[in-house]
Design a protein around this ligand. Structure first.
Ligand code: HEM
Length: 218
C-alpha cells in the first residue's frame, strides 16, 4: 500500500468548518479578554497571583490558535519536523498554563467555580502529559486523541463566553447570576468532553455490527 500524500488525502469539510469556527471565536474573545487583562485595575491583588495570571495567559493564548495547523494532515505530511516542534511547544505550554490554572482555580474569588476549574485544569495537565507520553512511545492514534482532549479543555475559554452571551436564552428559569455562572462553568467543560467521547467511543460502538447468531456459534 502506498503512503498517503498531501495531495491525495480525502477532504474533511466538517473538521475544517469546526476548526474555522473555533479559531474565529477564539480570536474574537481573546481580543476582548487580553485587553481587559492588561488594562484592568489590580489594586489589592496579591503580586504572586498577578504574575501567575500573566504567565497563564501568555502560555494559554497560542493554544487556541495553533491546533488548526497541528490537526491538519497536509501540514503533518509536508512538514513533519515542524509538526513535532510545534507539538512539543504546544504540550509544554499546556502543562504550564494548566498547572497555573489549578493554582488560579484554588484562589478564585468566585468560590462556586473553584471545584470545576480545579478539576478540569487537573485533567488539562493530565491529558497533555498523556499526549506527550503516547508520542514518545509512538502510539500516534492515542497521542492524537489526547491532544484533542487537551484542546477541548482549552476551548472551554471560548465556550464559557459564548454561553455568557446566550445565557438569557439558555437559562430563563434561573434568574440568579451566581447560579448561572457556576452552571456555565461546569457545562463549558462537560459538554465538549462528552461530545468528544461520544465521537471516539460511543458512536463507533453503536455502529459496530453485532455477530449474527449463526456466526457466534462457530
Ligand atoms: C487556552 C485557553 C485559555 C486562555 C487564552 C486563557 C486566558 C485567560 C485570561 C486572559 C485570563 C484573565 C487574566 C486576568 O484577568 O488578568 C485568565 C484567567 C483565568 N484562567 Fe484562563 N485561559 C485559558 C484556559 C483556561 C482553562 C482551560 C482554565 C481552567 C481549567 C483556566 C483557568 C483560569 C482561571 C482560574 C483564571 C483566573 C480567573 C480570575 O481569578 O478572575 N483558563 N485566563
Amino acid at each position: 500500500m502506498s503512503a498517503a500524500s498531501p495531495t491525495t488525502l480525502p477532504p474533511r469539510p466538517f473538521k475544517v468548518l469546526l476548526l474555522l469556527i473555533l479559531v474565529s471565536l477564539s480570536t474574537w474573545f481573546l481580543w476582548g479578554e487580553l485587553d481587559y487583562a492588561l488594562t484592568r485595575d489590580r489594586t489589592g491583588e496579591p503580586v504572586f497571583r498577578t504574575w501567575a495570571l500573566i504567565v497563564h495567559l501568555t502560555f494559554a493564548t497560542p493554544l487556541l490558535l495553533l491546533p488548526p495547523l497541528q490537526f491538519s494532515r497536509r501540514f503533518r505530511l509536508r512538514w513533519p519536523l515542524w509538526h513535532r516542534r510545534l507539538g512539543r511547544a504546544y504540550l509544554v505550554a499546556s502543562l504550564i498554563a494548566g498547572s497555573l490554572a489549578i493554582y488560579l482555580g484554588l484562589t478564585f474569588d468566585l468560590v462556586g467555580r473553584r471545584v470545576p476549574v480545579v478539576l478540569f485544569a487537573t485533567l488539562w495537565v493530565a491529558f497533555s502529559a498523556a499526549a506527550w507520553w503516547c508520542a514518545r512511545h509512538r502510539a500516534f492514534a492515542a497521542h492524537e486523541r489526547f491532544v484533542v482532549r487537551s484542546y477541548t479543555i482549552a476551548v472551554a475559554f471560548v465556550i464559557v463566553r459564548v454561553m455568557g452571551q446566550a445565557e438569557d436564552v439558555m437559562f430563563p428559569f434561573m434568574p440568579d447570576p451566581q447560579l448561572r455562572g457556576v452552571t456555565r462553568e461546569w457545562l463549558c467543560f462537560v459538554l465538549p468532553l462528552l461530545a468528544v467521547e461520544a465521537w471516539y467511543t460511543w458512536w463507533p460502538a453503536l455502529r459496530t455490527p453485532r455477530p449474527r447468531a449463526a456466526d457466534a456459534r462457530l
